[in-house]
Design a protein around this ligand. Sequence first.
Ligand SMILES: Cc1cc2nc3c(=O)[nH]c(=O)nc-3n(C[C@H](O)[C@H](O)[C@H](O)COP(=O)(O)OP(=O)(O)OC[C@H]3O[C@@H](n4cnc5c(N)ncnc54)[C@H](O)[C@@H]3O)c2cc1C
Length: 624
Amino acid sequence: MSLNPLVDSRDVRFVLFEMLELEKLNRFDQFKEFDRSMYEDTLELAEKIAIDQFYSSNADGDKTGLKFDPKTHEVKVPESFHKGFKAYVEAGFHVLSFPQEKDGMGMPASVAMAAAEYFNAGNTSLTMYCGSITGAAAIIEPFASDEVKQMYLPKLMSGEWGGTMCLTEPGAGSDVGALKSKAVKQKDGTYLITGQKIFISNGEHDLTPNIIHPVLARIEGDPEGTKGISIFLVSKYHINKDGSLGDRNDVYCTGVEHKMGLKGNATSSLSFGDNGKCVGHLLGKEREGMKIMFRLMNAARIHTGVQALGQSSAGYMHAITYARNRIQSKHITQMLNDNAPGVAIIEHPDVKRMLMYMKSTVEGMRMLCLFLAYHEDVMHVSPDPEERKASTGIVEILTPIVKAGISDASWLITAEAMQVYGGYGYCQEYPVEQYARDTKVFSIYEGTNAIQSLDLQMRKILMNPEMYNYSQLRKRMNDAIDNAKGVVDEKYITPVVRGLAKLDEVIEMMKKQLGEGKFMALVLNATPLQQAMFPLIVAWLHLWSLAITIPKMKELLGDSKGEERQKKIAENNEAAYYSGRVLSSQFFIGSEFPKYFGMMDAILNNEGAAIKSVSENFTGAPKE
Ligand SMILES: Cc1cc2nc3c(=O)[nH]c(=O)nc-3n(C[C@H](O)[C@H](O)[C@H](O)COP(=O)(O)OP(=O)(O)OC[C@H]3O[C@@H](n4cnc5c(N)ncnc54)[C@H](O)[C@@H]3O)c2cc1C
């Protein structure tokens, strides 16, 4: 197995240091001890572990999968996962962006996000176990009592225990408020939990001796719906006073799902309190469950976007190498020459188009993820309340787009990677079909993309007071347009300007529909709005980057043309990088982005056929 890079590290550096100018974060006290070389070292280590330990076990996770023992209720992950998990934890990646005063390493979220792309490109199933540790710790730290913190936090922060996130039940998927799990308060202040949770990632495994489950349940007598939900910590093992593991708590894995992808990750059914002895500790106050779980879910939604980015990047990188080496068909200009040799498929215009589509979209995903992470950093550490508020607005509006836009695109990108491979791409001997299978679930879990779209349209845009979030994003977009003027050809600026005007028009129409109470027509366009905003945002980010890459390219290539230019590009990696980056931005704005206008016109068209349809119109299929 070749261990090639799975992520274009040069591009990661470009986005972090040239676009976002990450060192500017060092003006904040929390980050002042860091410098670029420390960030670079961290990313180099992430890449090394991701390739050596994660990627090397990715196919094993898919082919060997998990072993569930119904007698012991235990799950064994593939043996090859243990080394990667250990390397990740030993290097401290699980607490990379946790504040130092809370036993973390204190690095910016932007660096942690960039590192996460490497791990997810290597092996997403394994990265999920790693990420679960910090997820649980992130809600225990602010919401648990001192006693509970002492019980759980040290072992989570040291990476000795794992975590989960338990919301879903058979009758409560998108509708979390429909959950049936119950909690009954005991005299000692703990709660007895009963209920069934399904589809729980990392729900049972042998990577850590203990697993902490944050569980949503309703305390007896509390109201129906999300208002009545509380959150509890349920440890797989009871904890003794000295912190060691005691007896087994009454929570058991009853099975793992046989899935299309992510076969190395234990998507578990968990049964709580079958023997009436499942003890849980309340987090926060009673009925605060959704508020607290939202913290974890927001982080998980952003992370889902990074999972999708990692898989897309890995698929794209494999496709480039394959296209450079697979010889098939003559060059189009030699079509009629029987003696012409076959060429590498990367020479064919359609393969170039596929690679450019992947390159420009993956770069767009990366810019979007890191731009959001940069604002997460500012939102948490800036001493200036206005600056914090502005960055919070940006994080809020972009979270559903990072989750939904990137996950939808990753399904297309990984499919395109298979297409580049032709028939070989469809075969399990080659790595790309696994990426397509692994990536599909990102549009489904952590709240389906339909739920993300409703969140974007209603909560993040239309019902956000004075549409503050949108105005903050719009401001950044206008800045990019201003900066591009005089540097970037008008041909690439005008579509973005027109695109923004179109978005304003659509939002005005939706505001009116909201005011008039036309809810069905309004929410019918939630997903189309989200799906259209993704390419607009990617086009804006490409325009921003063009204002940096064009001068750099000119500096390196001057006015050279034809063979002379080709030679310079072949001999100079930097010239190859900047000229390639300019081309991919031009490709995205010129070839991909125009589709956005059709998407927006479809929204403005307000076709009501889908709303008028009733169940009976969908003929042919049985009623039950
Ligand atoms: C591999 C995997 C891992 C998972 N990990 C976890 C985990 O760790 N923890 C956890 O708690 N859960 C987890 N889940 C569950 C996941 O979050 C749910 O599957 C998801 O929320 C959707 O719920 P559902 O499957 O019941 O689908 P449903 O809610 O039944 O949805 C079916 C369809 O109806 C649509 N729909 C439903 N309601 C609406 C609405 N109001 N408006 C518009 N459309 C709607 C949905 O978008 C979807 O297309 C996981 C799932 C999988 C497959």
